[in-house]
Design a protein around this ligand. Sequence first.
Ligand code: SAH
Length: 366
Amino acid sequence: MPATPTNLLDLDRDGLQAFFAGLGEKPFRGLQVLQWLHQYGVDDFERMTNLSKPLRTRLSQEAVIVAPRIKQDHTAADGTRKWLLELNDGNAIETVFIPETGRGTLCVSSQAGCTLNCAFCATGAQGFNRNLTAGEIVAQIWLARRLLADADSPRPITNVVFMGMGEPLLNFDNVVAAIRLMLDDLAYGLSRRRVTVSTAGMVPMIDRLREACPVSLAVSLHAPDDVLRSELVPLNRKYPIAELLAACRRYVADEPRRKVTFEYVMLDGVNDSDAYAQALARLLRDLPAKVNLIPFNPFPDTRFKRSSPAAIDRFRDVIMAAGLMTITRRTRGDDIDAACGQLAGDIHDRSDRRRRAARRMTGAGQ
Ligand code: SAH
């Protein structure tokens, strides 16, 4: 019986070279296929014309190129585009493309669901099912590039951020394999500054990321003290702020001009007071930091509200006066629920969190 065909989207440069070596071919065939697959977005072996006819036939028997199925495709009034992708086991994930003048950012998911359960996040509320494979992560850029091919610019994706569903540093190996493809000159050729991993604060993995592929780092801080942060981001109980900031310092230590982005979701009456702004400024004073204020994006059944524009401006003014580089993120794709933290595919929740939450709310089982 023939072995299960290999999905070539799962393989990075080394993997493709090894795959062809395994077929008894010269490893450089792997580089040719890498280019066809990712640089040109070709998924038909017959179109890979620098491969011999017998090799193309062999590939069609031993390999496949399978990306998740596009279940929904929405474009918002501001041009933000959101895809709901169905994985082969029925789980769904979301990918968002955000066009801006001079650049286009693709926001990718790294897990189906998330284990971290941050208080203000729609994905967390859905529970966790599984890590995405490297192929499922890379397929998001592969698909988006093909689907955006008729857009104004031939290379519309200039930046990738791991700010979709999931905690990228809890799916370390697959995320790194996917990043390697994003950076590979024969694939997507993005510079490592244009790929950003956003983490809720997996301290040991921040160090490993620096060793494996030091892309840009964003950290979801959201509060300047451990009491409040532990409430908002439960992972803080394991890796408190002091340890997290030490890891951030190490991350950029070798590169004097690099900064870590600190994300701070603006929650009305929770973390948006002047006192918190001052505490945040003090906390980050000696770090190579920039702050990204994210207006909270509400979703059904959340207990939080977005800070008022005036409160966000005041908060920004306080931390800027302390010398911190700060930007307020514009909310994008509001009309299609494509904004930060609203990405909530259809998760087959093994942790059963949804059912437990529903029971809590109805008072059943008490
Ligand atoms: N697990 C990663 C990626 C999460 S999504 C991390 O925690 O960084 C990217 C950002 O969106 C994170 O900063 C996250 O805290 C933020 N976010 C989550 N839910 C949000 C919401 N409802 N409104 C605004 N930002 C949100």
